[in-house]
Design a protein around this ligand. Structure first.
Ligand code: PMP
Length: 301
């Protein structure tokens, strides 16, 4: 379990841990009606550098638009959001890199199964930047569970309730001795992990499932595609068969809480990336984009 810092942003105020609560009868609790994001903050020389904060804000707004939560974009501008996150970090004063999880909850009590015109609250807390999978090489199992399709619970929206799908699949993988799962979409194509996107290298081309494969449009995924293109590595966004993973030259995953992590085994088949392969070249450039205070991707808070 990673450590949660003591001061929490809740409903426009900084409060102690035990005051940041939503009601048991709220839609957030009853129906999982909260949208959220997690972003990385590098601590460097006492300064806080948030990774792609504007993209995280936009994804929160877009998730609200998909679900039909109509207050977020009206109540918070990006500038206010940035100011709130800055105050949260300065109140907690982390000395090591952290994650910030910002959630927008529907906290109306007993409104029934609907989403518009309801009261809402923004919360955010700071925790250790601990990866959810082993970053020196991770082992994956294809899940018996399938990714929820866009016509059921859209993966493009980062909504709390949808994570039951991820929990089912990841627990199944852990029970079988693996670190995480691979979720296929409803037609059997590779989608993503429980909380990370997936990339494959075949014959020098970097391939990742396109955004119509019931994936979350990961901000790290987008970053890696941009970095690869800038390094003249050919990139294809297309449907991937499961068996392509088994014969891939390299496989890695990306996500805020899994960074850029090589995959070393899928369904009992070993994968060994070459020492100076595409994964390791991208890893160096990715960590520079994430951790360097001069990176164009970070906002100084
Ligand atoms: N897919 C899912 C289901 C996730 O929960 C995450 C983590 N947010 C990702 C992919 C990776 O997204 P990001 O790069 O924005 O962290």
């Amino acid at each position: 379990m990673s450590k949660i810092y003591p001061t929490i942003y809740f409903d426009g105020r900084l409060v102690p841990d035990d005051e940041a609560v939503v009601h048991v009868a709220s839609s957030a609790v009853l129906y999982g009606l909260s949208v959220y994001t997690v972003f990385h903050v590098t601590v460097n020389d006492g300064g806080y550098y948030a990774f792609r904060l504007k993209d995280h804000f936009k994804r929160l707004v877009d998730s609200c638009r998909i679900i039909g939560i109509d207050t977020f974009g009206k109540e918070w501008s990006y500038e206010e959001f940035e100011k709130d996150m800055k105050e949260l970090l300065h109140a907690n004063k982390p000395t090591e890199n952290v994650f910030v999880r910002a959630s927008f909850h529907v906290n109306e009590k007993l409104p029934g199964t609907r989403s518009r015109g309801l009261s809402t609250v923004l919360s955010a807390f700071v925790c250790d930047a601990t990866s959810i999978i082993p970053t020196d090489g991770t082992r994956l199992k294809t899940s018996v569970w399938r990714r929820t399709p866009d016509f059921s619970i859209p993966s493009r929206a980062k909504v709390n309730g949808a994570y039951v799908n991820s929990v089912l699949a990841r627990q199944d993988a852990i029970d079988s001795g693996y670190d995480d799962c691979i979720l296929l979409d409803s037609s059997g194509q590779v989608a993503e992990l429980s909380a990370a996107n997936i990339f494959v290298v075949r014959g020098g081309t970097l391939i990742t499932p396109d955004t119509n494969t019931d994936i979350l449009e990961g901000i790290n995924r987008k970053t890696i595609i941009e970095i690869a293109r800038s390094m003249d590595i050919p990139v294809a966004e297309r449907a991937i068969d499961l068996t392509e993973l088994y014969i891939a030259d390299e496989v890695f995953v990306s996500g805020t809480s899994s960074f850029l992590t090589p995959v070393i085994n899928i369904d009992a088949r070993d994968i060994k990336a070459p020492e100076n392969g595409i994964t390791s070249r991208l890893q160096n450039a990715y960590y520079d984009a994430l951790l360097n205070p001069d990176s164009p991707y970070v906002t100084h808070l």
